[in-house]
Design a protein around this ligand. Structure first.
Ligand SMILES: [Ca+2]
Ligand SMILES: [Ca+2]
Length: 130
C-alpha cells in the first residue's frame, strides 16, 4: 500500500477538476507495475448523496517518465502521442481534434506544449528496466 498525501481542494458542485498528488513510495515497493487507485472523499456538511464519494480504478500503470503507453520504453509511440495532442488543453482539443490528456502534460501546466514534447524527445530512446 502506498499512501498519497491528502489535499484540500475546493470543488464547485458538478465540477471535475484535475488534482495532482505526490506519492511517497517506500523503497521496498516496486516502482513499476499495475496498481489500483482508491480515492475517498469525506462527506461535506449537509451532503445527502454519498454514493459517489468513493472511486476505485484498477487500471493505473506506474512507469518511467514519458513512457505514455506503459511499455517501459520511451520511443516513437510515446513522442507521437504527445505531438498528436500538441496544443490541447482541458477545455480545448488540439487542432486535429486530439483531446487533452493529463498523462501527456509532463510539466502540469494544463497545456500539451513544447515543454512536454521536448521532455519526451530528450528521453528518446530510453528503456526502463524493472
Ligand atoms: Ca512507451
Ligand atoms: Ca505541458
Amino acid at each position: 500500500m502506498v499512501l498519497a498525501n491528502s489535499t484540500v481542494v475546493t470543488i464547485a458542485p458538478g465540477a471535475a477538476p484535475v488534482v495532482n498528488l505526490d506519492w511517497n513510495v517506500p523503497a521496498w515497493v516496486p516502482y513499476y507495475g499495475n496498481y489500483t487507485l482508491h480515492a475517498i472523499i469525506g462527506p461535506v456538511s449537509d451532503e445527502n448523496n454519498l454514493a459517489d464519494n468513493r472511486f476505485i480504478d484498477s487500471g493505473l500503470v506506474v512507469t518511467g517518465l514519458c513512457d505514455i503507453n506503459g511499455d517501459r520504453k520511451v520511443n516513437l509511440l510515446d513522442t507521437f502521442a504527445i505531438d498528436l495532442a500538441f496544443g490541447s488543453r482541458p477545455t480545448n482539443a488540439a487542432s486535429n481534434g486530439a483531446p487533452y490528456r493529463p498523462d501527456l502534460d509532463w510539466n502540469c501546466d494544463y497545456t500539451i506544449n513544447l515543454q512536454d514534447s521536448f521532455k519526451a524527445h530528450l528521453l528518446f530512446p530510453t528503456n526502463y528496466t524493472p
